[in-house]
Design a protein around this ligand. Structure first.
Ligand SMILES: C[S@@+](CC[C@H](N)C(=O)[O-])C[C@H]1O[C@@H](n2cnc3c(N)ncnc32)[C@H](O)[C@@H]1O
Length: 229
């Protein structure tokens, strides 16, 4: 087994035979969050980051350079769910920053708190509706460096735009996971990705990339954009 450093702090590749496994350095040794594997290595305990379970891991495998994570001190995460992806972002930023994790579903939030928050100090759970950013405006220490949006709702683009305008710094990064079927199940996903990216452009975002998440997630894409203010 060979461990290969990346340009992202606390993110590694584990090479095992002809297999290449994405991993983050586990901030909470011995603890797993979604049945991911743990590896004892010379750089510490590494936690597998599964692209079929996390859209952010999927885009890394599809070639997106997430080096901007090294400088992120404040991150706003919309649709944190039970915390699969945010647990890896938490490993990456460790004590350099904080992640605000917004989730609307009460049971999901409770599971998130029990599973992830109870072990990690760099995530602040926010039990709110991401459609109403004014309700958590006083809690979030903004401007944030990055907005991550994965809410799978018909108005997901509006939610991403609204929160970015409320909290994101000028030149800040947006990672917005689009679920095409939540917007229109009858339309070709690629058409939806183009239309939603256009809406963002009109609202002052520079689209840096649109990554189709196949084969990890069907009918999903990640819009990688910069907020021009
Ligand atoms: C696809 S899941 C997110 C998966 C998660 N991002 C991950 O990778 O680990 C979408 C989540 O968004 C939440 N959600 C949907 N609408 C929301 C809203 N208006 N405000 C906050 N959370 C919302 C859902 O309850 C659900 O947990």
């Amino acid at each position: 087994m060979k461990v290969v450093e990346t340009n992202v702090k606390n993110m590694y590749w584990i090479e095992k035979g002809d297999k290449k496994i994405l991993a983050t350095k586990n901030m909470t040794p011995g603890i797993t969050y979604y049945k991911e594997s743990l590896f004892k290595t010379k750089v510490g305990e590494l936690r597998e980051w599964i692209p079929y379970k996390s859209k952010l891991a999927a885009v890394v495998l599809k070639g997106l350079d997430i080096g901007f994570m090294n400088d992120a001190r404040r991150i706003l995460y919309l649709g944190v769910s039970t915390g699969t992806t945010v647990s890896h972002i938490s490993d990456i930023i460790e004590d350099r920053g904080v992640i605000y994790g917004v989730e609307i579903a009460p049971r999901v939030m409770l599971e998130f708190i029990g599973r992830v928050i109870s072990h990690r100090e760099n995530i602040i759970p926010l039990f709110f509706d991401a459609r109403i950013p004014g309700e958590y405006r006083d809690i979030v220490d903004y401007p944030v460096d990055l907005v991550y949006c994965d809410v799978a709702q018909p108005d997901q683009t509006r939610i991403a735009i609204l929160n970015s305008k409320a909290f994101l710094k000028e030149e800040g990064i947006v990672l917005y996971a689009i679920k095409a079927r939540s917007i229109d199940a009858t339309k070709e996903p690629k058409v939806i990705y183009r239309e939603e990216a256009k809406k963002m452009e009109i609202e002052g975002f520079e689209i840096l990339d649109v990554l189709d998440l196949e084969p990890y997630e069907r009918d999903h894409a990640m819009i990688y954009a910069r907020y021009k203010g």
